[in-house]
Ligand binder design. Structure first.
Ligand code: SAM
Length: 236
């Protein structure tokens, strides 16, 4: 299983601080996945409560169980939520088919939102270098769908949020302590698997060898690290 908690080790303390969850808050964690951000929000919100929502049963099954946390298997785009003081999301809100409708739904539920989203692919070394090493391109651009600031602002204001603010963070993403672990981690991800499956066997071998070389070139001695850039978006 790809270790998102490790990958996000430089971002999560900054995201947690940006969320500004206070004791007693009611928090919605949108696209909570396996619940790392849910857990941190729960620690900050206690005795308040956190609801983690996700469409993936597998991810929710791995999420930590805490007294003031509950989880909901639902589509955050359409589910009729109760009211929350704050909605938070780390990379969980870039996948909506109709983003204005989805954010309108979240606007009704949340007093304010704090989102962490990837900046465009071009700003994210991991998203350029890994497909290039494998000898192709990742086709799914949805992780970067809120990377363009004016597009993201347009979506959020059309959904009823007042002028959103964008704060840039640039931190490395961590793929593992050594080349072999990072290699295994990358090959567990959906897009690399898809790309390799489309190559003929000789090209796939070359791609995997080139991936090893790329990972070795990013071995800092303190783990395999790639540059990356995100926005923290806050809106009310
Ligand atoms: C990149 S993962 C991030 C997971 C988690 N927030 C984290 O940072 O570890 C994106 C998550 O959003 C969830 N997701 C995507 N679309 C969703 C939707 N419409 N409603 C609820 N969850 C959704 C996915 O199932 C996935 O768990």
């Amino acid at each position: 299983m790809f270790d998102y908690e490790a990958e996000m080790r430089f971002y999560q303390p900054r995201f947690r601080a940006a969320c500004g969850v206070r004791a007693g808050d009611r928090v919605l964690d949108i696209g909570c996945g396996s619940g790392q951000t849910t857990r941190d929000a729960a620690l900050d919100a206690a005795p308040g409560v956190v609801l983690g929502v996700d469409i993936s049963e597998n991810r929710l099954a791995q999420a930590p169980r805490l007294a003031n946390v509950s989880y909901l298997l639902a589509d955050a785009a359409t589910y009729e939520f109760e009211r929350f003081d704050v909605g938070i999301s780390r990379f969980g809100v870039m996948f909506f088919a109709d983003p204005v409708a989805a954010f309108s739904n979240l606007r009704r539920a949340c007093g304010r939102i704090v989102l962490m989203v990837w900046q465009p692919r071009v700003e994210n070394e991991w998203a350029r270098v890994i497909p290039a090493a494998l000898g192709g391109a990742f086709r799914d651009d949805s992780p970067f769908s809120l990377g363009d600031r004016s597009r993201a602002r347009g979506i959020l204001t059309a959904a009823g949020f007042a002028e959103p603010t964008f704060t840039e963070l640039r931190e490395p993403v961590y793929y593992g302590p050594d080349v072999q672990t990072a290699y295994d981690n990358v090959l567990q991800l959906h897009e690399p698997q898809k790309l390799l499956a489309e190559l003929d066997p000789a090209a796939a071998d070359r791609g995997q060898e080139a991936l090893r070389e790329t990972l070795a070139a990013h071995d800092t001695g303190d783990g395999i690290l790639f540059d990356s850039a995100v926005w923290i978006i806050e809106a009310m």
